[in-house]
Design a binder for this molecule. Structure first.
Ligand code: ZN
Length: 176
């Protein structure tokens, strides 16, 4: 299936909406090859799979590599409805994806423009071209609605900000 570039994010948003109905945090993504063919699509499945790493990007990267029978996705682009976290940014880099297009910015959990800023680190050996804010309003509203509904239903877990301390320096032979 071939689509104009702007349509890929809209297609990912439809998948994200379906994920919300299934009780997953509504994030979805598509991987598209250089010819515009959709190679893989996925949405978050952390809840269904009991897997904290089952983010849409991780699932789509695995599916695309399996489908193409290769460990790298050079020349492919990824469209994701939310700024990827640090784990997914690392996976995008390892997969050698050419371009990253994302929807809403994520100041709390993002790892591209926020937090770890994975691609900006010297230890990052492949940096995709990054384009953020595509269909940002729709992507952001979808997440806001989801979390607002969860809060109202009392299903939200309370998770305070984690302490920001450096890990203790362990001398040899002193492991706890
Ligand atoms: Zn992620």
């Amino acid at each position: 299936m071939r689509q104009a570039g702007a349509n890929y994010m809209a297609m990912a948003l439809v998948r994200a909406e379906a994920a919300a109905k299934a009780g997953e945090v509504p994030v979805a993504c598509l991987i598209v090859d250089g010819g515009g063919e959709i190679v893989a699509a996925a949405e978050n499945r952390m809840r269904a799979a009991d897997d904290p790493t089952a983010h849409a990007e991780m699932l789509a990267i695995r599916a695309a590599c399996a489908k193409l029978g290769q460990g790298r996705l050079a020349g492919c682009d990824i469209y994701v409805t939310l700024e990827p976290c640090a784990m997914c940014a690392a996976a995008i880099s390892f997969a050698r994806l050419r371009r990253l297009y994302f929807g809403a910015y994520d100041p709390k959990g993002g790892g591209v423009e926020h937090g770890a800023r994975f691609f900006a680190q010297a230890t990052c050996h492949h940096r995709p071209e990054v384009y953020g804010g595509i269909e940002e309003r729709r992507a952001g509203e979808l997440l806001a609605r989801f979390f607002s509904a969860r809060r109202t239903s009392g299903a939200a877990r309370s998770g305070g900000p984690r302490a920001r301390r450096s890990p203790p320096r362990i001398e040899q032979g002193e492991l706890p």
